[in-house]
Write a protein that binds this ligand. Structure first.
Ligand SMILES: Nc1ncnc2c1ncn2[C@@H]1O[C@H](COP(=O)(O)OP(=O)(O)OP(=O)(O)O)[C@@H](O)[C@H]1O
Ligand SMILES: [Mg+2]
Length: 145
């Protein structure tokens, strides 16, 4: 088991700042799987990644109806998926999941744990837990097996 980075964020701004810092280390082809309940801060985290990649964070919204949003204006393309409304895993195939993994962008997936066996190894897992109104526990880990 790889070590886990465990942090408590005390505000939306802190989560944004954390994601921005971590985002500077991600490389083309990296896959980040975000898990955590409704309102945990997954989309906020993606906004921080966007900042790191010089993408306008205002563009970042949960891609509810399309499953995927593409933000192409930054230093590296950012592909933002949200599997919350995905009914069947075959929908991942239909939207070109394998292709997204090969496009040289960073792939970030809300409710990504629904991807199951389809998730590539290694990937980064970012797990967010609501402590109270303003605090979130965030665990970040490399999953390689
Ligand atoms: N420490 C914190 N970090 C992140 N968000 C926080 C924090 N404290 C409060 N919040 C609030 O929690 C909400 C997080 O919303 P967000 O849309 O990012 O959640 P989500 O995990 O993407 O939910 P969903 O599963 O519905 O997509 C925002 O309203 C944000 O202001
Ligand atoms: Mg969201």
């Amino acid at each position: 088991m790889r070590p886990t980075l465990n942090v408590i964020s005390h505000s939306e701004d802190e989560t944004l700042g954390l994601a921005e810092k971590i985002g500077l280390f991600f490389k083309p082809g990296d896959v980040i799987i975000l898990s955590g309940s409704l309102g945990a801060g997954k989309t906020v985290f993606v906004r921080g990644l966007a900042r790191a990649l010089q993408i306008d964070e205002e563009l970042v919204n949960s891609p509810s109806f399309t499953i995927v949003n593409e933000y192409l204006g930054g230093s590296i393309p950012l592909y933002h998926l949200d599997l919350y409304r995905m009914g069947d895993i075959s929908e991942l195939n239909e939207l070109g999941w394998d292709d997204y993994l090969q496009r040289g962008g960073i792939v970030v997936v809300e409710w990504g744990e629904k991807g199951g066996d389809w998730l590539p190894l290694p990937h980064y897992s970012v797990s967010m837990r609501i402590i109270d109104d303003t605090q979130r526990e965030i665990d970040i880990q490399v999953i390689d097996s």
